[in-house]
Design a binder for this molecule. Structure first.
Ligand code: SF4
Ligand code: SF4
Length: 486
């Protein structure tokens, strides 16, 4: 896999690590891949802009936004799923599944994520469409670039940047709706009553969208994105990638292919060296030079070359989706395998890993308890000896009720004979009933007192039991009771 290199004027001089950016003016094209890219773009943008406005009824004590990252409550809502802060491992699991999925897809059908679904690709495509609308297609833009500044040029440039900024603003504006109730936040934003964080986030995303999709474009994919760097490790010779059929195209040339007595036809391949595949490439590379890390597998060069082949009356597919194994076979004159080898051991390994992680997450999600507690024992003092001879330990409870209704739960102690429980604001009871707020964490201060004679060591294992008699839900916590010893 090669990469773009700089031109060295002096062979004795060391090669520069800096490559001056070459402005890429992409030509518009129609075809299968272009159509698919538009369809994916519309679908993904629709999802991005519509999802925060979807409602999901969770009852009176929970937000009714289908997808919400609730920072103040430290919760993540995704339709019927609610992730609590202590369940952040679900998000880790989702990220692991996304990474494995990406590896599997890349091993199978190459960088299809980069070419079609990556936000950088989607927004760059959108920004390029705006540029084409305002300044015209490639030739018109090249002309405009070279023309001296004029009213027409200035107006077109200003219009383009204003439209880019508006799209960038809409992008940042939509993002913040994922973090608050969308209709409420929209009203607050319109009346300049939203939080500073909301305006700052919109400003930052407006700036990054504008500079990444409008100004930096392919530079992000080539230099900033780590994925393009390690994709070579994920591809193998059977991965489906965009390839140029050297055996069919070479030697390339524009020379006349029709023999005349004066000029016998040159023996040329199918490539007429028209550079149509280069001018439509969003990363500005020439696929005829072989696999390059800049190639995002978007397939636009296939569309361009197919048009050319139609015009010169040659079969389509001079540039096509194929495997490097087939390409090598063709090069050595062996007929390639017409069937692409999609199902390979590494693809099965990726699938098994993906399904395994997904299954573990699903089972834990469906079987997770609705009632939980976490307990911290007081460290200072470790225990207090009361005037009646009893020994008291203090605890701070965090009781988690994941149901959207208030619940009553009974607290008891097992393993400490004669233990009495004192709950701050409730007083001392053998088995106090605690009120748990709906979909909330309730904090309680609890003291357990044990008769001195019941303790046989300075540390006794016991457990708290929290039980909701109405639902039968139970939570346990194993703890240590400290005392003065024998
Ligand atoms: S579009 Fe096809 S014919 Fe034209 S230069 Fe590219 S490979 Fe050759
Ligand atoms: S070489 Fe072809 S597939 Fe690769 S990025 Fe350029 S246009 Fe897309």
């Amino acid at each position: 896999m090669s990469s773009r290199t700089s031109t060295i004027s002096d062979p004795a001089a060391p090669e520069s690590l800096y490559v001056k950016r070459r402005k890429i003016q992409v030509r518009d094209i129609t075809g299968r891949f272009r159509k698919l890219k538009w369809q994916v773009l519309v679908l993904l943008l629709a999802i991005y802009y519509i999802v925060p406005w979807l409602r999901w009824d969770r009852g009176p004590n929970a937000p009714s936004q289908a997808v919400l990252v609730d920072f103040p409550a430290r919760k993540f809502y995704f339709f019927f799923i609610e992730i609590w802060p202590q369940e952040v491992y679900y998000l880790t699991g989702i990220l692991i599944m996304m990474a494995i999925g990406l590896f599997g897809i890349t091993a199978t059908i190459g960088r299809v994520w980069c070419g079609f679904a990556c936000p950088q690709t989607v927004w760059t495509d959108l920004f390029m469409a705006v540029e084409r609308f305002v300044e015209g297609d490639r030739n018109a833009r090249l002309k405009l670039d070279q023309a001296p500044m004029s009213v027409n040029k200035a107006l077109r440039r200003i219009a383009k940047h204003i439209l880019w900024l508006l799209i960038a603003l809409a992008t940042g504006g939509a993002w913040v709706f994922y973090f608050a109730d969308a209709p409420t936040l929209a009203v607050e934003l319109a009346h300049f009553q939203a939080s500073t964080a909301a305006y700052a986030t919109i400003g930052l995303l407006t700036l990054t969208t504008y500079s990444f999709a409008g100004l930096a474009r392919e530079q992000i994919c080539t230099y900033a994105c780590p994925y393009s760097r390690f994709q070579a490790a994920m591809l193998d010779e059977h991965s489906i990638v965009v390839t140029y059929r050297t055996d069919r195209g070479e030697p390339r040339g524009k020379a006349s292919r029709v023999a005349t007595p004066a000029a016998p036809a040159a023996k040329l391949g199918d490539c007429i060296d028209c550079a149509a595949c280069v001018t439509v490439c969003p990363t500005g590379i020439d696929i005829r030079n072989g696999q390059q890390l800049e190639c995002i597998n978007c397939g636009l060069c296939i569309d361009a070359c197919d048009h050319v082949m139609d015009k010169v009356d040659r079969p389509r597919g001079l540039i096509a989706l194929d495997t490097l194994a087939n390409l090598e076979q063709r090069r050595t004159g062996v007929d390639p395998n017409p069937k692409l080898k999609i199902w390979r051991p590494r693809v099965f390994v990726y699938m098994a890993l993906w399904l395994g992680v997904g299954l573990v997450m699903l089972v834990t999600l469906l079987t997770r308890p609705n009632l939980e507690m976490s307990v911290q024992r007081d460290r200072n003092p470790l225990f207090v000896t009361l005037s009646d001879g009893g020994v008291r330990n203090g605890y701070t409870f965090h009781l988690i009720n994941k149901m959207h209704v208030e619940r009553q739960a009974v607290l008891s102690v097992e393993g400490l004979p004669g233990a009495r429980i004192y709950v701050l604001n409730l007083g001392e009871k053998p088995e106090p009933t605690l009120t748990l707020g709906p979909d909330a964490v309730t904090a309680e201060r609890v003291f357990v007192t044990v008769p001195r004679g019941a303790l046989t060591a300075d540390s006794t294992d016991f457990r708290f039991v929290l039980r909701d008699p109405a639902s039968g839900d139970e939570a346990h916590y194993g703890g240590i009771f400290r005392g003065p010893g024998k």
